[in-house]
Write a protein that binds this ligand. Structure first.
Ligand SMILES: C[S@@+](CC[C@H](N)C(=O)[O-])C[C@H]1O[C@@H](n2cnc3c(N)ncnc32)[C@H](O)[C@@H]1O
Length: 284
C-alpha cells in the first residue's frame, strides 16, 4: 500500500531543522535591528526587477484592497499603496516597522495601515475584521504550520491569494552551505522550498497557477568590512574569529571587475496564485 505523505509535517520538519542549524534565530528576530531592516530595503532598491515583477503579477487596480503579509520595510506595501485603494501590512519585526513607516512618509503614502504581528498569531476576524481583494505573502511565510497559514490567507481573501517563494538553493544558501562547516562545524539545512509548498496546497484541494522565473539578485558592498558587518548576523558569526572566517570566504568570492564585494547570483523564484471560492472564507 502506498503511504500518503503529510506535506505539512514535511514543511514543519524542514523548517525546524533550518531553525535549529541557525541556533534558533528566526527570520523575524533577524530584522529587529533597524540597521538590518534598512540594509534589506537598500538591497531591494538595488534590485528593482524583483519588486516590479511582484507588483505586475498582483494585478492591483485603484479599486483593490491588499493584505501584504510579512511586508518587511514596505518594499512592496509602499509601492502597492501608490496603486491600490488601501493596503494593510502585517509585519512582526520592530526594525522593519520603523523603516516601513519612514519609507511610507518619504513616498507620501497614507493609505497603509500596519498590524505588528506574526501571521500565525493573527485572528483574521478579530484583528482584520474584513476581507481583501488581494492577499499576498512574499518570501515571508517563515513559520512551522504552513497549512494553517494558507487557511488564514484564504479566510482573509475575497478574490485572490499569492505566495512568492524560492525553488532550489539560493545564492545566499550556497554560501551558507559552504560556510556552516567552517564557522559552526556542522552542515547547513535549507528551509523548505516550493516543491513542499505546492504539495501542501495540493493536499488542501488548492490547485494554484504556478510560475517559475529567474532573477539575478546581488548585493554590493564598497568594502569588505561593511560586508562582514552587514552579514555577520545572518551567518551567525558572533566572534572575531568567525568574522575572520566570513571575511576570508567573501574575499575568495571577489571578482576582478569590482573593487568592492559583490555577493548573490541567479535566484529561482516561484509565484503561486489561486482564486478563493466563497466556501474558503470564514468571515461572515
Ligand atoms: C525577506 S523579508 C520580505 C519582505 C517583503 N515581503 C519583500 O518581499 O520585500 C521577510 C519578512 O517577513 C517577515 N516574517 C517572517 N516570518 C513571519 C511570520 N511568521 N509572520 C509574518 N511576517 C513574517 C520578516 O519579519 C520580514 O520582514
Amino acid at each position: 500500500m502506498v503511504k500518503s505523505i503529510d506535506w505539512n509535517q514535511v514543511w514543519r520538519d524542514e523548517y525546524n531543522k533550518n531553525l535549529a542549524c541557525r541556533f534558533n534565530r528566526d527570520w523575524v528576530s533577524e530584522w529587529t535591528q533597524k540597521e538590518n531592516a534598512k540594509s534589506f530595503l537598500k538591497c531591494s532598491e538595488e534590485n528593482p526587477e524583483r519588486i516590479r515583477n511582484v507588483i505586475e503579477k498582483l494585478q492591483v487596480t485603484p479599486a483593490s484592497s491588499v493584505l501584504d503579509i510579512g511586508s518587511g520595510p514596505g518594499t512592496l506595501a509602499v509601492p502597492l499603496a501608490g496603486v491600490a485603494g488601501h493596503v494593510t501590512a502585517v509585519e512582526p519585526s520592530a526594525g522593519m516597522l520603523e523603516v516601513m513607516e519612514e519609507y511610507a512618509r518619504k513616498n507620501e503614502v497614507s493609505n497603509i495601515d500596519i498590524l505588528q504581528k506574526r501571521w500565525e498569531d493573527v485572528d483574521v476576524k478579530e484583528d482584520l475584521g474584513r476581507k481583501y481583494d488581494v492577499v499576498t505573502a512574499c518570501y515571508s511565510l517563515c513559520l512551522p504550520d504552513i497549512h494553517s497559514a494558507i487557511e488564514s490567507m484564504c479566510q482573509a481573501s475575497s478574490d485572490s491569494c499569492h505566495i512568492f517563494w524560492f525553488a532550489g538553493v539560493t545564492g545566499w544558501e550556497r554560501a551558507m552551505n559552504d560556510l556552516w562547516p567552517l564557522l559552526h562545524e556542522k552542515s547547513y539545512c535549507c528551509d523548505p522550498k516550493a516543491d513542499v509548498l505546492y504539495n501542501v496546497l495540493y493536499s488542501m484541494g488548492i490547485y494554484p497557477d504556478v510560475q517559475s522565473y529567474v532573477i539575478n539578485h546581488s548585493r554590493k558592498y564598497d568594502t569588505i568590512d561593511s560586508a562582514v558587518h552587514d552579514l555577520k548576523s545572518q551567518y551567525c558569526a558572533d566572534s572575531e574569529e568567525k568574522q575572520d572566517t566570513l571575511r576570508n570566504y567573501l574575499l575568495r568570492q571577489k571578482t576582478a571587475d569590482w573593487d568592492g564585494i559583490e555577493i548573490g547570483g541567479a535566484v529561482n523564484h516561484v509565484h503561486f496564485s489561486w482564486k478563493v471560492s466563497p466556501s474558503d472564507g470564514g468571515l461572515k
